[in-house]
Design a protein around this ligand. Structure first.
Ligand code: ZN
Length: 110
């Protein structure tokens, strides 16, 4: 696929240039087109960073949630998630419940 508007060929955070996915918006089998004639486009790099073309503003934007895994904010978020999971599992260990339920509850935390 050739994207018309997104020109970035590498992640703006880490410089990764391996493109793993490119998409355009489609509705009812037809390419969605803004009233200015531009399409909504997305490009994703191997590091996880997604770039979007926003036709309303005629510019590229860095996706808020599908972000570079080498981004410090992403690493910090993952560190907090892991610490929270451990805290929940430690709390489950303190509960006066049978081992099967304890194991089941802890197993449901990924
Ligand atoms: Zn990246």
């Amino acid at each position: 696929m050739i994207l018309r508007n997104i020109k970035s060929l590498e992640c703006p955070i880490c410089g990764c240039s391996t493109i793993i996915k490119e998409e355009i918006d489609v509705f009812c089998g037809k390419v969605s087109v803004h009233c200015n004639g531009q399409r909504w486009e997305r490009r994703t790099f191997l590091c996880g960073q997604e770039i979007n073309w926003i036709p309303n503003f005629e510019r590229e934007e860095i996706h808020k949630y599908n972000i570079c895994t080498f981004n410090d904010a992403y690493k910090d978020k993952q560190r907090k998630i892991l610490a929270s999971k451990k805290a929940v599992k430690d709390f489950i260990d303190t509960l006066d419940i049978d081992e099967i339920r304890r194991s089941s509850w802890k197993g449901s935390i990924y």
